[in-house]
Design a protein. Structure first.
Lengths: 223, 244
């Protein structure tokens, strides 16, 4: 057996890579959704001075390459602030903010899709802002947002492959290592691509089921 | 008592309400008439605090709606029925009605639901408690809207063109319910184009003309030749409405 041959242990490596990819994806998704939601709520309530800042930052995040953002966070910020940052920290920060920017847009349109009329009704009946947000806006905005969010997350899963460039041992980085060792790029990248494909399909399928369940339980036909 | 003193409302350069004075005593049914754009709905929206005043003062049972605490108390005393119903589409008829009693009045759920079901029965929608607004006709939705307002046991009912979006048959259903409420002594401020109905149930009629309240008379006098009809603009308005 030559050093360049595939070995059974490569499967373990691939699974480890997949694990890192999924862990970062899930972590940054949760952080990103939370931040995106917070931004949408702050935007909705027109907190003084916040709107232009939120729009500027999210627009910048949406309209510049993630790879450039990653370099800025991993190389630029540590150099500028004289701090240390690990590849995982930089990847987490960048992907979280990126997801947050896209999630913000979805949540914002979800909130804006709700008729002003109903909110006025809730106001004159004496409901407080937080009651209106929780009971009137949130359920409808959530139903509106599920579909678009799944689309964004499937895309963000692919985007995680960029973090291999700054040295995170994710699935793509493992692929790189295997490729250099075996010099069989066609097989390696086909397998890596297939794994991403299966992960993305699984995610889309699960999301579709959540959406279907929501549609079923939400009889009012709002989505 | 609802008291509006020298109320002014401006939208940009447009002065929509000009020094409007109005008093509504408990037990009265006061109808606000006027052409489209005369400021009728805006006046209602100033009373329930959906618009902030540009000048003057409105109090509901002494609570100034321009202060935060006053507005909370004023909104507790009144309830609004809207032209386009403004129901919550993701909630059943029952939940639409019980939401504010449970969340704002802190009524126990069972009590709020019992009260809501009784109201739905009263307006002939007992079988539709679990229907969503989308499954109801316009007239049924508006009856749910009325139940939602009544469930708050308001001292004042504010009705903003509540039949304008309904066909004549549904309008009849809704007006019958309002007539019963009026007969029960419910205080109402009623913006409408249903002149004959207004004549039938109102104790007073006020007429708005381009944001000015030009006439405020007891109903009989409003329709008398030497009363409201002596005002040329009102005569024109009434004859035009009859033709329509």
């Amino acid at each position: 057996m030559r050093y360049a041959d595939f070995t059974p242990y490569d499967i373990v490596l691939l699974l480890q890579g997949l694990g890192v990819t999924l862990a970062l994806f899930v972590g940054t998704t949760l952080i990103g959704l939370a931040i995106g939601l917070l931004l949408a709520v702050v935007h909705h309530y027109r907190v003084p001075g916040c709107r232009p800042v939120i729009v500027l930052v999210t627009e910048a995040l949406k309209n510049s390459p993630v790879l450039v953002q990653l370099f800025l966070v991993f190389f630029g910020i540590p150099a500028f602030l004289h701090i240390r940052m690990t590849p995982v920290e930089a990847a987490t920060l960048t992907l979280s903010l990126n997801t947050a920017a896209f999630a913000f847009v979805v949540f914002r349109s979800g909130i804006e899709s709700i008729d002003r009329d109903q909110i006025e009704a809730a106001q004159v009946f004496g409901l407080t802002r937080s009651q209106i947000l929780r009971l009137v806006i949130a359920p409808q905005a959530a139903a509106f947002s599920v579909g678009p969010l799944i689309g964004i997350l499937v895309n963000q899963l692919q985007v995680t492959s960029l973090i291999s460039v700054i040295g995170v041992f994710d699935l793509t980085k493992i692929g790189n290592i295997l490729n250099l060792r075996t010099l069989q790029p066609f097989i390696v990248w086909a397998v890596i691509g297939l794994i991403y494909y299966l992960a993305a399909k699984t995610l889309a399928h699960a999301g579709g089921r959540i959406e279907a369940a929501l549609r079923k339980s939400v009889k009012w036909g709002g989505i | 008592m609802i008291v509006a003193e020298n109320v002014e409302k401006r939208f940009g350069d447009a002065l929509v309400l000009k020094r409007v004075n109005l008093r509504v005593e408990p037990g009265e049914v006061v109808t606000i008439l006027g052409a489209s754009g005369s400021g009728k709905s805006t006046l209602i929206r100033c009373i329930n605090g959906l618009e902030t005043l540009s000048g003057g003062k409105i109090t509901v049972d002494g609570h100034d709606v321009s202060t935060k605490a006053g507005l909370v108390a004023a909104r507790r005393a009144s309830a609004t029925v809207f032209q386009l119903f403004n129901l919550y589409p993701h909630m059943t008829a029952l939940r639409n009605i019980t939401l504010a009693p449970i969340e704002v009045l802190k009524l126990p759920k069972a009590e709020a639901e019992a009260r809501a079901r009784a109201l739905l029965d009263k307006v002939g929608l007992g079988a539709h408690a679990d229907a969503y607004p989308q499954q109801l006709s316009g007239g049924q939705r508006q009856r749910v809207g009325i139940c939602r307002a009544l469930a708050m046991q308001p001292r004042y009912l504010l009705l903003d063109e509540v039949t304008s979006a309904l066909d004549p048959e549904m309008t009849g259903d809704v007006l019958r319910i309002l007539a019963e409420l009026a007969a029960d002594g419910t205080t109402m401020v009623f913006v409408t184009h249903e002149i004959e109905f207004a004549r039938h149930i109102s104790s007073r009629i006020v007429f708005l003309e381009q944001g000015e309240l030009i006439v405020d008379l007891p109903t009989a006098q409003f329709f008398a030749e030497d009363g409201g009809l002596a005002v040329r603009r009102i005569r024109q308005f009434l004859s035009k409405m009859k033709k329509d």
